[in-house]
Design a protein around this ligand. Sequence first.
Ligand code: B1M
Length: 211
Amino acid sequence: MANLQNLYDAVLGGNLNLAVSTTKEAIAEGNIKPQEIIDNYMIKAMEEIGARFETGKAFVPNLLMSARAMKGSLDLIKPLLKNGDIKPMGKIVIGTVEGDLHDIGKNLVSSMFEGCGFDVINLGVNVSGEKFVEAIKEHNPDIICMSALLTTTMNYMKEVISALEVAGLRNKVKIMVGGAPVSQAYADQIGADGYSDNANAAVALARLLLA
Ligand code: B1M
């Protein structure tokens, strides 16, 4: 019988192979509902790695490896979820703003969101206000997340918010911002709904905004 504690340990420890093999075993046996595997083992493990990160007991590579193990397992389980069974935490559109090519942190944030059960549409780097507007129209997300690593490009976040206002979409989505030069004060100044300085805090904030 599949030992789902192994799945918890695999996601927590960032062991992709063990996560995938345990998930395959559990699926083959069919004794437990897919949603229960996600809620009771995978998300719990992501919450624990997030808590360890917050207290300095885990680091960015640990977050990345856990998110990768979680995604490997989730990819096997997702096709088994019937329509209506799927309970995504929310839908997020994320991108690095125009003029900025830094994507390591943004992709880490994106992976954490996916690992924690959000649907994520990752628009990549150098994303214009127009592209954010198009993505909102196409995907109807709950939240858009903007990332910027340069003091010059962070100013573009305000332009994206203006583009959303012009398109009449500002009140349809929550707006979160992040990246090394960004701060809570800056987020307040440009009228964003929230700021976070790391991937784990971004997930916690997204949950709060959607609560
Ligand atoms: Co560039 N770069 N870079 N760079 N680069 C910095 C940012 C810089 C601080 C280096 C320095 O001078 N000390 C500096 C910016 C100075 C400034 O504006 N204040 C800089 C510069 C100047 C440049 C160029 C202009 C250099 C040049 O060409 N003259 C150029 C610009 C290119 C462009 O974007 N148009 C450039 C280019 C590059 C590379 C392409 C070589 C490469 C990027 C590769 C890539 O991303 N694919 C690069 C890198 C790697 C860096 C450093 C070294 C590392 C950035 C990184 O990945 N950090 C960086 C110096 C440094 O930070 N030590 C630097 C790791 C990552 C996990 O952290 O991105 O902060 P971070 O993400 C965190 C949080 O910020 C937060 O969560 C993440 C995880 O905890 N977060 C969010 C991020 N986005 C979020 C979104 C959210 C929430 C949280 O949404 C809600």
